[in-house]
Ligand binder design. Structure first.
Ligand code: FES
Length: 344
């Protein structure tokens, strides 16, 4: 049995097979709704059901505020229709040459840039250009079928080489492999299976609003890809990067961010440290990274914000920027950072 879903305001329609989620069916029909984690953790896929019945799953009640639930909002990556549905969602226009596909990938380089951060370079098959938007992510498919998501830290390149920043989660099957903490260690030239690109975290280039990039830890990765794309296209858009970490070493590519600020006319960089120790001799900004943004830019009503990092940081930023600084919720773009899923 299948059901028809109609998206408003576009009035686009697609079919959902029994048991399939609204998001999966939409993507299969080349209708891209906003999404990131695909596992009910980030709320990027939040949208309103106007009519019809569906199984919501447990996650909306955990991460959406009660007033959203009362108004009919749910998570489309979890919702499984049990009748025809009418939904309200912002569709995202993707270039037609961006296709999600599975492919083998060869590990070309492993570079440990901090105690717990590995930079991996992956070679994707050269025969077919791998098209994606800077800021999107790919998934490793493990032998047992489990998947791990990582943002691409480089913009699309003719040589189909992609860079990823992987944080070690002790006890995590995949990252123990990457860091050699388990039975085997990832090696240069080994083959992995990946699928992508996924996600709707990329720069909206049809806007000229000033941009605030907000990152914690390896949430820097997709923002690096976006900024490198801005450099490649000669973007003059005003942008500021706030990158937060507990200790200065957490800002593992600080020198690159500083270089952007020196060489890009409309770009600035604010590193923020929350738990500096005396031996760090840190003389820069202290505290929570999203609070540094609020202090510097108390009125965000004319901005776009792109946030990636720990869920607590992203959630706090969304809440405080919208409630205290007048940011439109539609102009807050976030990427899920669900690496805790790796600790199984
Ligand atoms: S909660 Fe649905 S994409 Fe993250």
């Amino acid at each position: 049995m299948s059901f028809k879903v109609t998206v408003f305001p576009s009035k686009h329609e697609f079919q959902v097979e029994e048991g399939q989620t609204v998001l999966d069916a939409a993507l299969a029909a080349d209708i891209v709704l906003p999404y990131s984690c695909r596992n009910g953790a980030c709320s990027t896929c939040k949208g309103k059901v106007l009519s019809g019945s569906y199984e919501a799953g447990p996650n909306p009640a955990h991460i959406l505020p009660p007033e959203d639930l009362d108004q009919g909002y749910t998570l489309f990556c979890q919702a499984r229709p049990t009748s025809d549905l009418q939904i309200e969602a912002h569709e995202i226009r993707m270039a037609s040459d961006i296709q999600i596909r599975k492919m083998p990938a060869r590990v070309m380089a492993l570079d440990k840039v901090a105690d717990d951060v590995m930079v991996i370079k992956l070679q994707l098959p050269a025969a077919d250009p791998f098209r994606y938007y800077a800021g999107q992510y790919l998934e490793f498919i493990m032998r047992d079928g489990r998947r791990r998501s990582y943002s691409m830290a480089s913009p699309p390149a003719d040589n189909n080489l992609v860079e990823l920043h992987i944080r070690h989660m002790a006890g995590g099957a995949f990252t123990d492999h990457v860091f050699g903490a388990g039975e085997t260690q990832m090696k240069v030239r080994e083959i992995q299976r990946v699928e992508g690109p996924f996600g709707s975290f990329f720069l909206r280039e049809d806007s000229d609003k000033p941009v605030v990039f907000l990152a914690s830890g390896t949430g820097f990765a997709p923002i690096k890809a976006i900024v490198e794309r801005m450099i490649a296209t000669g973007s003059q858009r005003q942008a500021v990067l706030y990158w937060g970490g507990r200790r200065p070493a957490d800002l593992y590519m600080d020198a690159i961010a500083r270089q952007w600020a020196e060489t890009m006319p409309n770009f600035s960089y604010v590193p923020v440290i929350s738990e500096a120790l005396p031996e760090d001799a840190w003389s820069g900004r202290n505290g929570f990274v999203h609070l540094a943004v609020l202090k510097d830019i108390p009125d965000l009503s004319g901005h776009q914000v792109y946030a990636c990092g720990a869920p607590v940081m992203v959630d706090s930023a969304r809440r405080d920027f919208c409630a205290q600084a007048g940011l439109s919720e539609d102009e807050f773009y976030a990427d899920a950072f669900t690496t805790e899923a790796d600790a199984v």
